[in-house]
Design a protein around this ligand. Structure first.
Ligand code: FE2
Ligand code: FE2
Length: 294
């Protein structure tokens, strides 16, 4: 699929398709503490999702600030998309902070993990606005392909309580909707750079960000498992078995991940609008019901 060109002053750029908007849905999901191993009683699956959730509030505030710093480059539809991106990520932050607040702080090293996440995002902020935006495009690629996988394999969440299942699927829908917003801004930042220079920065950043992201999230998951008494080789075997074996979310996204390294890649080269057509009505209906009740 070739993304539709928007009418912008950067006419040669690939951009988000014109029929995709990313209007935020102000939904709340977490009002009480879930069971300790809320994903079907499985400590490993729960640790993976909790580890991801613990990275989101600070991580997504980082994305918001990276995008805000370049919003003056957006015009027309992209300006609208940027505005909605900021609200979507702020709502994701709020909902994941609510979930994180309900993880048992007495049992799990939640404060320690949150401090580690904050230290990493604080370090990233010292690099300045353009590196922050490049890192954001890389992490948004991760969230987009993980979201795509989650929406295709929602059965992986079938053993979760309904509110948490909906939380993750709502987040996945909105990550898909706005998956190229940061990237489209980055294209504007780098519009006058050489193709090769732009490519090298994007690829080098992804190589570094991938190692750090995977190392960090698996470290957090192993810390959570340790609190459950699952440690050492056993913990690693079970965690990597979950991620790469069965159900294997990381194995399933490998091909989409490597597409980033193709020259000329754009997030909407993965055209999953059909998947969005399937899931958006679910959360649009929830948002409408809440509005009607207000
Ligand atoms: Fe998000
Ligand atoms: Fe995002």
């Amino acid at each position: 699929m070739t993304p539709t060109d928007a009418k912008t002053s950067f006419p040669s750029l690939k951009v988000q398709p014109m029929d995709i908007d990313n209007r935020p849905r102000n939904l709340s999901f977490v009002r009480s503490a879930p069971e300790r191993h809320w994903l079907g009683g499985d400590p490993v699956a729960t640790a993976w999702f909790n580890a991801l959730s613990l990275t989101f509030p600070d991580g997504e505030r980082f994305f918001i600030d990276a995008v805000k710093a370049h919003r003056h480059l957006a015009e027309g539809k992209l300006a609208e998309d940027v505005k909605d991106f900021i609200v979507q990520e702020a709502l994701h932050t709020r909902e994941h902070a609510a979930l994180n607040g309900h993880i048992d702080h007495g049992h799990y090293p939640v404060d320690k993990i949150e401090a580690m996440v904050k230290a990493r995002t604080d370090l990233g902020r010292t690099r300045g606005p353009i590196p922050m935006l490049v890192v954001t495009t890389c992490l948004e690629h991760f969230t987009a392909i993980l979201a795509d996988d989650m929406l295709k394999n929602d059965k992986d969440l079938s053993a979760a309580p309904d509110n948490l299942r909906r939380l993750w699927l709502w987040h996945a829908v909105e990550e898909t909707e706005h998956k190229s917003v940061a990237y489209d801004l980055w294209q504007r930042v780098a519009a006058r750079w050489s193709h090769f220079g732009r490519y090298m920065i994007r690829v080098r950043a992804m190589a570094i960000v991938s190692c750090m992201f995977m190392w960090n999230v698996t470290t957090y998951a192993l810390m959570l498992l340790k609190a459950d008494g699952i440690t050492g080789f056993e913990a690693r075997k079970r965690l990597y078995g979950y991620l790469l074996g069965r159900p294997g979310p990381l194995r399933r996204i490998a091909g989409a991940y490597f597409d980033w390294y193709r020259p000329g890649f754009h997030p909407w080269d993965h055209d999953n609008r059909t998947l969005l057509d399937q899931w958006r009505p679910v959360f649009d209906a929830e948002a409408r019901a809440i509005q009607a009740a207000e």
